[in-house]
Every structure is written in structure tokens, then in C-alpha cells.
Design a protein around this ligand. Structure first.
Ligand code: SF4
Length: 241
């Protein structure tokens, strides 16, 4: 007598497709983080753009400590474009990569003044022309400054969680974004990212994700909690004669 393990995907009936599962995750995220908003502090689209450039490889908390002084000295595109680079570097120093960030902020604001009448452009292709602006920054600005869901913001948390949740097999932001755009309703593209970021900070951390207390565990193929729901795969032992 012996035993043989048979693997059965018990959730196949419940979640017929990846899309269905993504949408169930979205519903739970909305319930878990009903008031989730962009955590950066800003008053204008230019300030949001600058804060988002500064948030690369840096926490929003750290950026929010730097921007009050930065924006009190240089509140708009014109003043930022004309700011002495050494002063900008000193003001953003603690956000890391300060030389590059200061250079990009100055150059982006210069282009906003020169080519866009001092206002942040509202088209994705125009935003992407600005120095230091890739899709992540452009998506944040489009969504939070103008209320336009142009894409899904993929930062380090969205990247990690989308892979762990089995919603993409890709590791690069552009492909992950493309996969998520196919799975989620356009109206929810940005709030998906914001809520996933909250979840990544609070529960599904890079190291030691807290699967045992995770409300998404039953929908997550990477859960470390051993149960049929968590694994999305049931293991049934049966007697072998
Ligand atoms: S179950 Fe674990 S791996 Fe999956 S989302 Fe939750 S914390 Fe992350």
C-alpha cells in the first residue's frame, strides 16, 4: 500500500480566468483600502510631476519631507527651470540620485515653459518627451493631476505583487503594465496601483510577505500558507493498491 499525490486546481471552477481572479483581487483591495490615495504631497500638476520624479528609488515619505522647502522656494515650472542647479541638488539631496533628479527636474520644467506654455501637458506622448519622465511618472500625473487613466502605474510594489499574484509572467514594467491593462477595467487602472502599493507596504513586503494575515491569500498562487485555497491547488492523497 502507498499513497499518491494528485494535484487538482480547485479554484478552476470559481475563477474561470486570470481576468476574473484579477477582478476579485481588485474588489478585495477596494474593501481593504477604501480611502487609498496618492501619498505624495503637491498642489499643482507641476509639483506632482516633480514629486513623482523625486520618488524614484525613494519613499514617498522621504519625498514629502523634501518638497515643502523645494516648492516654497521654487513653486512653479518657470522658477524650477531657472533655479540654480546647485540649489536644486542641495534641496533634493536626501532623495538619492540627486544630481540626476535635479537635472531632470530643471530640464523638464524648462521644456514645459518653452514648449507647453508653462503647463504640464495632458497627453501621454507629450509627457514622455519630458526629461526624466517614463510611463510610471506619466501615468501618475495623468491620473492624479488630470483624472485620466492612461495606463497602469508599475512601481516596485506593483511589479512585485503582480508577479506574486500570478497576473504576469514578466519582470519588466512595460510588459507588466500591458498585462494588467488587459486584465483590469480602465476606470480602475490607477486605483489598482495605489491599493496594491498600500498592500505591498503593509502586508506583501519584499522580504517576508505576511501571507498568514493576507486577505488576498485565497486568490494568490504564491501564498506560503498551506491550504487548498491559498495555493490554488489542492493536493489529494489517495490510496494506491
Ligand atoms: S498571499 Fe503572500 S505572496 Fe500572496 S499577496 Fe498575500 S502576502 Fe503576497
Amino acid at each position: 500500500m502507498g499513497t499518491k499525490a494528485i494535484r487538482v486546481n480547485t479554484n478552476r471552477k470559481k475563477y474561470k480566468s486570470k481576468k476574473q481572479r484579477a477582478q476579485s483581487i481588485l474588489v478585495r483591495l477596494k474593501r481593504l483600502y477604501p480611502n487609498a490615495t496618492c501619498s505624495l504631497t503637491y498642489s499643482t500638476p507641476v509639483q506632482l510631476l516633480v514629486a513623482t520624479i523625486l520618488s524614484a528609488q525613494c519613499t514617498d515619505e522621504r519625498v514629502n519631507k523634501v518638497t515643502p522647502e523645494l516648492f516654497s522656494q521654487f513653486p512653479d515650472a518657470e522658477s524650477l527651470a531657472n533655479a540654480p542647479i546647485e540649489e536644486l541638488e542641495a534641496l533634493v539631496h536626501s532623495t538619492g540620485f540627486y544630481r540626476n533628479k535635479a537635472k531632470n527636474i530643471k530640464a523638464a520644467c524648462h521644456m514645459i515653459v518653452k514648449d507647453f506654455g508653462g503647463k504640464v501637458p495632458q497627453k501621454m506622448e507629450e509627457l514622455l518627451q519630458l526629461p526624466g519622465v517614463a510611463r510610471k511618472t506619466a501615468n501618475v500625473v495623468m491620473a492624479h493631476a488630470f483624472g485620466i487613466n492612461a495606463g497602469v502605474t508599475v512601481d516596485t510594489h506593483v511589479n512585485r505583487l503582480s508577479q506574486r499574484l500570478g497576473l504576469t509572467e514578466h519582470g519588466d514594467a512595460v510588459r507588466i503594465e500591458r498585462d494588467l491593462m488587459k486584465l483590469l477595467p480602465q476606470a480602475d487602472w490607477e486605483n489598482w496601483s495605489i491599493r496594491l502599493i498600500y498592500h505591498g507596504r503593509a502586508v506583501c513586503r519584499a522580504r517576508n510577505p505576511a501571507c498568514e494575515e493576507c486577505e488576498l491569500a485565497s486568490l494568490c498562487p504564491s501564498s506560503t500558507v498551506i491550504s487548498p485555497q491559498n495555493r490554488n491547488i489542492d493536493v489529494i492523497s489517495s490510496a494506491v493498491r
